[in-house]
Every structure is written in structure tokens, then in C-alpha cells.
Design a protein around this ligand. Structure first.
Ligand SMILES: Nc1ncnc2c1ncn2[C@@H]1O[C@H](COP(=O)(O)OP(=O)(O)O)[C@@H](O)[C@H]1O
Ligand SMILES: [Mg+2]
Length: 251
């Protein structure tokens, strides 16, 4: 379970998140929607532990434990996974090498045995097949020259291999054509599990036709303005965000 409590965050003295409350239970898929600039990505970065933000008050708990004093890699080892809105490219490092190093580093931190190369390859092949990721792509440098859709599928592959207890997907749908969207959504749906929560950040309702959320939260001005069930996303698709004017939060 992820609990964000009264979280206020600023960057360079400007308040971006304003007393934000959000709870996502185990097994729940929560959609976070809202106009551009409302603070959605900031929230995901602060949960993951990125440094440029000043947490002024509040707390973030994963399964009852505060994350705020923990380094990003420790948060990841506790089961947190974040797929960035803009995935990073790592020239010179083959995707397979990167994936194996990441998976084994986390297994070590979790006190699990590292996977042998054959075991790892078996898992990667199975997961990659489902996501229509070719062996050739796995040999290329991570994300270098990948299309938008390929990068997003690679993110889902990482998520499948890391088996997080809580996953945040930040606009994983942006830049995807409908076929890639289906593949990505299928990958997410396959990972839905009673012990795993998801925060799916999206600007549009389209992804939510495929990954049907349990709850929908609308963010504006750095706080949650409205929460409801999946019908809220459909309503927003019709009315847009005009009820939540898109000016940035003011300190
Ligand atoms: N590193 C940064 N430095 C200064 N301002 C930032 C930074 N990151 C985000 N912001 C500002 O914070 C606000 C929220 O941005 P963001 O979290 O990216 O919104 P969203 O993901 O909802 O579009 C915006 O006004 C943006 O300009
Ligand atoms: Mg964003």
C-alpha cells in the first residue's frame, strides 16, 4: 500500500505539490489524471526519491514504512518501480546486460539469490515474447535509437522482471500507436496482482480503456481535486479539464 500524506513539495522556492493526500491499496490500480503542469510527474519523482525537490512537509509510506529518508535504490529494493515519462538512454550498455545487472542487484538487496545466466535468459525471453520485444532489440544498447513505443515496452519488461510491489507509470501511453498501446496495456494487466498496487499517470482516458482502473484521481494545482471510480475518467474525457483550470500551483 502506498500512502501519501499531506505532502507539500517545492522547487526553487515555488510550491509544486500542496498538501497532497493519496492512498493506493494493494491490488488496486489507481489512475492519476490532470492538466499539464498540475504536478503529476513531480509526485512520481518525489515518490521515487529524485533529489531536486524540497519536501516541506508530509510523508510517503510504502507498506507502512516512510520512504523519505531512503535513497532511490533502497526504495527500489523495497519494491518501488517507476517508469519515467522520458526513459533514459544508455549508450554502450547492451539492454540484456543492463537488465541482468538491475535484476540481480535488486535480488541481492532483497536477500534473494542472484539469477544464473540461463535462468535469467529464460525469464527475459518469456517476458519479452509477451511484449513483442525481439532478441535483436535486447542486444542493442539500452533505449538508444528505440522508438517511443519500443522504449515503453522496454519499461514494462523491466517492471515484469523486477516484480515490484508498487509500480508508477508516468504517461506510459504517450507517443504510442494503438497496437503498441495494446501491448503495453496487456503487459500491465498481466502484472496486476493482489499484492501489487499501480499508480497509472495519464493525461488522456485512452489508456484506461485497456487498463481499467479501480480508482481515478484528478490532480490540479498540486493537489487531488476529485476522486472516484472509472466513470470519472470517462466524464473527464467528455468535459476536459475546464473545471480545473490549468494554471500552476501558487506558493
Ligand atoms: N525541475 C524543475 N524546475 C522547475 N520547475 C519545475 C521542475 N519540474 C517541474 N516543474 C514545474 O512544476 C509544475 C508541475 O510539473 P509536472 O510535475 O511535470 O506536471 P505534470 O506532470 O502534471 O504535467 C510545472 O509548473 C513545472 O514547470
Ligand atoms: Mg508529467
Amino acid at each position: 500500500m502506498l500512502e501519501v500524506k499531506n505532502l507539500s513539495v517545492s522547487i526553487n522556492g515555488r510550491k509544486i505539490l500542496d498538501d497532497l493526500d493519496l492512498t493506493v491499496r494493494d491490488g488496486e490500480v489507481a489512475a492519476l489524471m490532470g492538466p499539464n503542469g498540475s504536478g503529476k510527474s513531480t509526485l512520481s519523482h518525489v515518490i521515487a526519491g529524485r533529489k531536486d525537490y524540497m519536501v516541506e512537509s508530509g510523508d510517503i509510506l510504502l507498506n507502512g514504512e516512510s520512504l523519505l529518508d531512503l535513497e532511490p535504490d533502497v526504495r527500489a529494493a523495497k519494491g518501488l518501480f517507476l517508469a519515467f515519462q522520458y526513459p533514459i538512454e544508455i549508450p554502450g550498455v547492451a539492454t540484456l546486460t543492463f537488465l541482468k545487472a538491475t535484476v540481480n542487484a535488486q535480488r541481492k538487496r532483497r536477500g534473494q539469490e542472484e539469477l544464473s545466466t540461463p535462468d535469467f535468459m529464460k525469464r527475459v525471453k518469456a517476458a519479452a515474447n509477451k511484449l513483442k520485444i525481439s532478441q535483436e532489440m535486447l542486444k542493442r544498447a539500452l533505449n538508444v535509437g528505440f522508438s517511443g513505443g519500443e522504449k515503453k515496452r522496454m519499461d514494462i519488461l523491466q517492471m515484469a522482471l523486477l516484480e515490484p510491489s508498487f509500480a508508477i507509470l508516468d504517461e506510459t501511453d504517450s507517443g504510442l500507436d494503438i497496437d503498441a498501446l495494446r501491448v503495453v496495456a496487456g503487459g500491465v494487466n498481466a502484472l496486476r496482482a493482489p499484492g501489487r498496487g499501480f499508480l497509472v499517470i495519464t493525461h488522456y482516458q485512452r489508456l484506461l480503456d485497456y487498463v481499467v482502473p479501480d480508482t481515478v484521481h484528478v490532480m490540479a494545482h498540486g493537489r487531488i481535486m476529485r476522486s472516484g471510480g472509472k466513470e470519472l475518467a470517462v466524464e473527464l474525457e467528455k468535459s476536459g479539464y475546464r473545471d480545473y483550470n490549468a494554471e500552476p500551483a501558487v506558493a
